[in-house]
Design a protein around this ligand. Structure first.
Ligand code: SF4
Length: 982
């Protein structure tokens, strides 16, 4: 027990009821000191209070009698924001910047704590232009808030009350002030008044404890590993017999430690009593209410809206038009994606309406399949319901976009919250309390729009904490600046690196430090950089002396994600130096390898493999590693499989982890029904892509996004559909005749059809930004107009007429190498006698990915197989299959496949090779050549599985190229080139 507690305990033995007041630095310190005093036996009439609480008891009555009300934080923030907008001179340029009002508010607080009640009290030197303007604004702030009182006013009022009524002394009895004592002029004034009132002999300034705890040191690779090491150290302390309430963990001023430590303790199932707790802004209700308020500001973006509906603690039924809809976020997420929603109420409206129209049309087409029709109808109903939910939500939020008096705004917003949020959500009442508190700005004529409200609400929710457990129920975890007055048998000081333990003085944002220094000369409580550093250092020392028996220092060597290097705090270094004088600097401590003094795991992985086991993941990892060393099998462990994968991928063998499924070889790996040439082309280029897409049938989730430019796939569809519309319309009129050129009217009609298709796509939000889509529109118009001319030339050249469009390959077409092929041919032109046909596949892009197609390699190593497949569409004719690049980007080039016996044989043999590769389970990942222009491997450019593939896929493929089990895939290319017969 501290000396002063012993003194109080001893005095009570003489006079058990003599009043004693202990002025504590925090509520939690008061609680702990009370418990520590109680260890010596029960006591009465000893009060542990913070000074603001004492001030409230002594001074609030006088202030109320003077008609002054407490300055609620929102009022102060609001007036500061108002005043900020009136900034002039050098500050005029920054007054509209977000954050300026906040900085100003802190500066006002600094002046107030320094002892300046009025702007006139601040002596301003020549040349301090910024300070002059800041002080002018401070004057405005003080005048406009003169009906209210802040903590400093309360302390001043209490000091006056104590001075005026000396009887207060007997109420307080002996007064003990626990450090840090006076940090502001008003605190100093009150403490001085109390000292005079109770008499110097009854007034005791408690000195900081000087406890010599045993030291140990940990240097961890990064903050996350460090937090886990702290949990390990705490486990050791618990095993050594320390109670939960006897352990304290303080971290440096890096706020990331709060989460890291919570996570590490949670993993190790160590109960924690974190102070000050969780900010309301991080609780489900707090987060949810902020998400709700921000929806209009995010223009109802699909992801934000669905996240709100999924994550906020909402009621089971939500308002939907005049009725209620059951909350179904997972379904709604799918529907919103299908509807192609990106953002904006108009987009929600039109997207859902179009989806419902499409679903209705599909349902009507399927009049023979009852079950399917019912499902489609259900989907349409759910889409309608989602549309109603969003429309209702928007109708409630949109009016709040307008500025309105605070009380009116709060009432309306509160009503929305109550209509949507589950009233049993644990922190909702506290969040509603904070919303109500924002209504206090009504007292100064304040108003809100959603935008200003979100900032104010966030600020409020960030500074109010939800305590999850009380002191003593778990290991105490807090920022080191909360250590004053606390004591634990075992303390871990983590995040103890230079700059955050102790925290630096912060850069001056408005006024240069030299001006603060000048003011401090006459007002010692005004903070300049030196005073800030001094106070920070004192706080750090208090965290150190909070340890009565053992103290563990921990620091990370690097920032997270192998960022910049960190150096141990000079306080940590000094402690290490005191034990080992050969450690002469923080850098030397960083490098030291003295295992008895400094525990220093070399990597995050090594940290998980040594010392006490923290959680199941570590246990599994250690078992897996041990099993690997002993040759035992730990196949059931997820971590063991990951290690196997890493090992296998780095080897020269083509393994199961690289796509070698030979163990499953057989017919089950080949497609059971008809197969598209495109999927076989995928195999020819990259076996793994085929495996993921056609065997596992993986697809990326459709994520509608606000593209700036039109998606190439959408562009291709528009062009294909336009040409289909055009040729079918012409065919219905018996056109074109043989050799008939297209006319100007035809061109106009084609372009009108194009416009209609583009408009439809635009209505579905798929054409990108207007500025780019207009450009694309012009380009497509030019391409199609030019194409008509090329088409005229082509038909005059062939003497054929377009006769069939969008033709499906016949289901009874002969098998090729045992495979049934499926697909659609864009267009077939035939001569009048029906003996000769041109089978056309339109391509709307460039010829770049067809550069491998050569007369001597027409199948481009097995990656271009469509053309011979399409021959099945015209069984009775002499056919010329061809790609036609119908854009200026493709130069309107035609690329024919010569149906020579050799090419046809090669085609069949290539399909056989592919079939063989599939049957034998050979699915290697083959990225192809690196493409400098696109910054990606050629095969991977348009592949959906880039994130699933190894980042070293190029090297891994080369390393395994020599493995004979890769041969079936390699044979495809060899066969397609006609180099060997398989
Ligand atoms: S990303 Fe590249 S290597 Fe991987 S599957 Fe796709 S094409 Fe193959």
């Amino acid at each position: 027990m501290s000396d002063f507690l012993k003194e109080i305990a001893n005095r009570r033995k003489r006079d058990p009821l003599a009043p004693v007041t202990v002025v504590v630095p925090s509520h939690v310190a008061g609680l702990q000191l009370r418990r520590r005093l109680a260890e010596d036996g029960p006591f009465a009439n000893v009060r542990f209070e913070t000074l603001p609480r004492i001030a409230e008891l002594l001074g609030a009555g006088d202030l109320a009698r003077a008609n002054r009300k407490p300055l609620a934080r929102p009022i102060g923030d609001f007036v500061a924001a108002q005043v900020a907008r009136e900034a002039q001179k050098e500050l005029a340029g920054v007054r509209d910047l977000p954050g300026f009002a906040r900085v100003l508010r802190f500066t006002f607080l600094r002046l107030r704590r320094g002892g300046f009640r009025r702007a006139e009290d601040v002596p301003i030197q020549l040349g301090s232009g910024l300070l002059y303007e800041v002080v002018r604004l401070y004057g405005l702030f003080r005048t406009r808030t003169s009906d209210f009182y802040d903590t400093e006013d309360l302390l001043d009022a209490a000091a006056t009350a104590v001075r005026d009524r000396r009887a207060v002394g007997s109420d307080l009895g002996d007064v003990y002030v626990v450090p840090p004592g006076a940090l502001s002029a008003s605190v100093d004034a009150l403490l001085s008044a109390i000292k005079r009132a109770v008499g110097a002999s009854h007034y005791h300034l408690v000195s900081d404890d000087e406890q010599e705890a045993e030291r140990s040191f940990v240097l961890a690779p990064d903050p996350a590993s460090e937090a886990r090491e702290v949990a390990r150290e705490v486990l050791a302390a618990l095993e050594a017999g320390y109670g939960l309430h006897e352990i304290g963990v303080f971290h440096g001023a890096d706020p990331a430690y709060r989460t890291l430590l919570n996570r590490a303790f949670e993993a190790a199932e160590i109960p924690v009593s974190a102070m000050p707790g969780t900010p309301l802004s991080e609780t489900p209700a707090g987060r949810g209410v902020l998400m709700l308020a921000e929806l209009p500001l995010h223009n109802y973006s699909r992801t934000k809206t669905i996240d709100f509906l999924s994550l906020a603690p909402l009621r089971d039924f939500l308002p939907a038009g005049g009725t209620q809809a059951s909350l179904q976020p997972a379904r709604w997420r799918r529907i919103a994606r299908e509807a192609g929603i990106t953002q904006g109420i108009a987009r929600w409206d039109s997207g859902i309406e179009t989806l419902i129209r499409d679903l209705d049309a599909e349902r009507d087409r399927r009049d023979d399949e009852d079950e399917r029709r019912v499902r489609i109808q259900e989907n349409a109903d759910q889409a309608r319901e989602l549309g109603d939910v969003i429309a209702t939500l928007a109708s409630k939020l949109q009016p709040l976009q307008q500025h309105q008096p605070a009380a009116q705004f709060i009432e309306a917003f509160r009503a929305v919250v109550e209509a949507y949020f589950d009233p049993t959500s644990p922190t909702l009442p506290a969040v509603l309390g904070q919303i109500d508190q924002l209504g206090t700005i009504d007292a100064v004529g304040g108003s809100f729009s959603l935008e200003s409200f979100v900032g104010a609400l966030r600020a409020n929710l960030e500074v109010v904490y939800q305590r999850d457990s009380s002191l003593g129920q778990g290991v105490f975890v807090a920022d080191y600046r909360m250590a004053a007055g606390l004591s634990f048998r075992y303390v871990a000081l983590c995040g103890a690196y230079e700059g955050v333990f102790p925290a630096g003085p912060r850069a001056e944002e408005l006024v240069e430090d030299r001006f603060w220094q000048d003011l401090r000369a006459s007002h010692p409580f005004l903070e300049d950089a030196a005073l800030r550093s001094e106070r920070s250092l004192a706080q750090a020392r208090r965290a150190m002396t909070a340890a009565s028996e053992r103290l563990t220092w921990t620091a990370p060597l690097q920032a997270s994600s192998a960022g910049r290097e960190h150096y141990p705090s000079h306080l940590m270094f000094k402690d290490a130096h005191a034990i080992d004088a050969s450690i002469e600097s923080a850098s030397a401590l960083r490098r030291t390898s003295r295992p008895n003094l400094v525990h220093r795991p070399p990597s995050p992985l090594a940290a998980m493999l040594t010392g006490r086991v923290l959680d199941l993941t570590e246990l599994r990892m250690r078992d897996s590693m041990a099993g690997r060393r002993d040759g035992r099998s730990f196949a059931g462990h997820a971590v063991a499989r990951s290690l196997d994968l890493l090992n296998a991928r780095r080897g020269a063998e083509f393994s199961a982890f690289d796509g070698n499924l030979s163990e499953l070889a057989g017919d089950s790996l080949i497609p059971s029904g008809a197969v598209s040439p495109t999927s076989l082309e995928h195999y020819g280029a990259c076996g793994y892509r085929y495996f993921l897409r056609s065997v596992l049938r993986l697809r990326p989730p459709e994520e509608p996004e606000d593209r700036e430019t039109i998606d190439p796939l959408e562009k291709g569809n528009i062009v294909h559909n336009t040409l289909d519309d055009f040729y079918k319309a012409m065919q219905a009129r018996g056109r074109p005749a043989v050799n008939e050129p297209w006319t100007e009217d035809d061109r106009i009609e084609l372009l009108e059809m194009l416009e209609a298709r583009l408009d439809e796509s635009e209505a579905r939000g798929r054409t990108g930004l207007r500025v780019f889509s207009e450009h694309e529109r012009r380009r497509l118009r030019a391409d199609l107009a030019a194409f008509l001319e090329h088409d005229t030339e082509f038909r005059i050249e062939t003497g054929a007429r377009p006769t069939h469009f969008e033709v499906a390959l016949p289901e009874d077409a002969p098998l090729v190498a045992g495979l049934r092929m499926r697909g659609y041919v864009d267009r077939i032109d035939m001569t009048e006698d029906g003996k000769k046909a041109w089978v056309i596949d339109y391509k709307t892009g460039s010829t770049r990915s067809y550069e491998g197609v050569k007369p001597e390699n027409p199948l481009a190593d097995g990656t271009k197989l469509q053309l011979p497949v399409y021959l099945a569409a015209v069984p009775g004719a002499e056919a010329v299959p061809m790609y036609w690049f119908i854009s200026s980007a493709g130069g309107f080039q035609r690329m024919e496949f010569l149906t020579t016996d050799e090419n046809m044989q090669r085609y069949e043999e290539t399909l056989s090779s592919i079939l063989d590769g599939l049957k034998r389970g050979t699915f290697p990942a083959v990225p192809g050549e690196w493409n400098d222009f696109y910054g990606v491997w050629d095969n991977c450019n348009y592949c959906d599985f880039k994130r699933l593939c190894s980042r070293r896929r190029d090297e891994e493929f080369e390393d395994k190229r020599g493995d004979p089990s890769l041969q079936p895939w390699l044979t495809v290319g060899v066969t397609a080139r006609g180099e060997v017969t398989p």
